[in-house]
Design a protein around this ligand. Structure first.
Ligand code: NDP
Length: 388
């Protein structure tokens, strides 16, 4: 039986890896919607290749370009935020949520409301609106399958286990581009240097977030929201080889690790075939060739984002949405070379302190509108702080 699939953020790094897997078995899938942003040529060529019902660009100004590229192919073209939401509301069995940033929240939520299984790469959804996302999945009797490699690893280590026996979850971190730089040199780091990852091939924003560990910070919060464990049970460790993606420690002292080469098709393929395992076109790990794996303490002076993540987890409420939005604006400013690399954490810390009233929101009452408000105010405040 064919499965109806949609891919949000199809033109990005995760989207392309997902298409790579889908395209290897075309008869198994029927593509409903593919969405992208600025990369119209990629979006159109993939939509034609997979025979999608509809291709949507988030950028309204690019509709004519998309229409031209799809003329005579039978693939519908649409553009803009509303079109994106409409595409997410089309019935599908499996939806990949791989838009970058808070912009990925609403399409994922709509997909859950149709009853689709949501393969969730967009970690920002859980950071900004964890209780809302989890509640929506439950209300519609559907699953969220984590695609972040760390969370896929934890999910796999927990299969058949009782969550009450979990003592700790350890999320590994490569340490990113500046792992070995002297801390005093970080103020001179450029966006191009930050966007070079030692192990993973990912989109520009997440690669820079890996260097600052804001990506890891988001993942710690994502762990709390997805697995429902308290902040004191979630740890991180620097593991430069990126071969162990995460570990789960149980009450008998056992520590279960998920080990594999750094290729996102492991986690995407697992989510695509779940609850089954199918052969994947990923490199098999040669342990002898690897020789050794090393671990280091995650220094919070070098990576203050880790301390901020802990504060956000402890605060709860809508502080995740505030944290993410402030981080997105600080990252925009760093990419535009308006602020230095270390300043990003300073900006986020100030916004968290200024908008601490969002701590008091009851998780059961979090709505999309409240998340949007917190997100908006955090962006405004971040811009004000950076303009001073
Ligand atoms: P990319 O930047 O490579 O791709 C992002 C995708 O989102 C592209 O299709 C882009 O379109 C689209 N997009 C960008 N802005 C918007 C917007 N405002 N509205 C709608 N669509 C938009 O990102 P990644 O694939 O690296 O990451 C995607 C998500 O997955 C992120 O949340 C990231 O944290 C997460 N993730 C990524 C991993 C990785 O290995 N890359 C690993 C684990 C999680 P276009 O390019 O056409 O402009």
């Amino acid at each position: 039986m064919t499965r109806r699939i949609s891919i949000f953020g199809a033109t990005g790094s995760i989207g392309q890896s997902t298409i790579d897997l889908i395209a290897r078995d075309p008869d198994a899938y029927e593509t409903v919607a593919l969405t992208g942003g600025r990369n119209i040529a990629q979006l159109a060529s993939d939509a034609i290749k997979l025979g999608a019902q509809i291709a949507v660009t988030a950028d309204e100004k690019r509709l004519a370009e998309l229409r031209d590229a799809l003329a005579g192919t039978g693939v519908e073209a649409a553009a803009g935020r509303q079109a994106l939401i409409e595409a997410a509301s089309r019935p599908a069995d499996w939806v990949m949520s791989a838009i970058v940033g808070a912009a990925g929240l609403e399409p994922g939520l709509r997909a859950l409301q149709t009853g689709a299984t949501l393969a969730l790469a967009n970690k920002e959804s859980l950071v900004c609106a964890g209780p809302l996302i989890m509640r929506t999945a439950q209300a519609h009797g559907t699953h969220i399958l984590p695609v972040d490699s760390e969370h896929s690893a934890v999910f796999q280590a927990l299969i058949g286990e009782d969550l009450a026996t979990v003592e700790r979850i350890v999320i590994t971190a490569s340490g990113g581009a500046f792992r070995d730089w002297p801390i005093e040199d970080l103020a001179k780091a450029t966006p191009a240097q930050a966007a070079t990852h030692p192990n993973w091939d990912m989109g520009q924003r997440i690669t820079i977030d890996s260097a600052s560990m804001f990506n890891k910070a988001l993942e710690l919060i994502e762990t709390k929201e997805y697995f429902g464990v308290s902040a004191d049970k979630i740890e991180t460790v620097v593991h430069p080889e990126s071969m162990i993606h995460a570990l789960v420690g149980f009450n008998d002292g056992a520590l279960m690790a998920h080990v594999g080469t750094p290729d996102m098709r492991h986690a995407i393929g697992f989510a695509l075939h779940y609850p089954h395992r199918k052969s994947l076109p990923v490199e098999r790990l040669d342990l002898v060739k690897l020789g050794q794996m090393t671990f280091r303490d995650p220094c919070e002076t070098r990576w203050p984002a880790l301390r901020l993540a802990r504060e956000v987890m402890e605060a709860g409420g809508l502080m995740g949405a505030v944290f993410n939005a402030a981080k997105e604006r600080a990252l925009d400013a760093f990419i535009a070379e308006q602020i230095t690399f270390p300043r990003m954490a300073g900006v986020v810390e100030e916004v968290l302190s200024d908008l601490s009233t969002y701590e008091s929101h009851n998780p059961a009452e979090i709505t999309l509108d409240k998340v949007a408000e917190a997100d908006h105010l955090a962006r405004v405040r971040a811009d004000e702080i950076m303009a001073q």
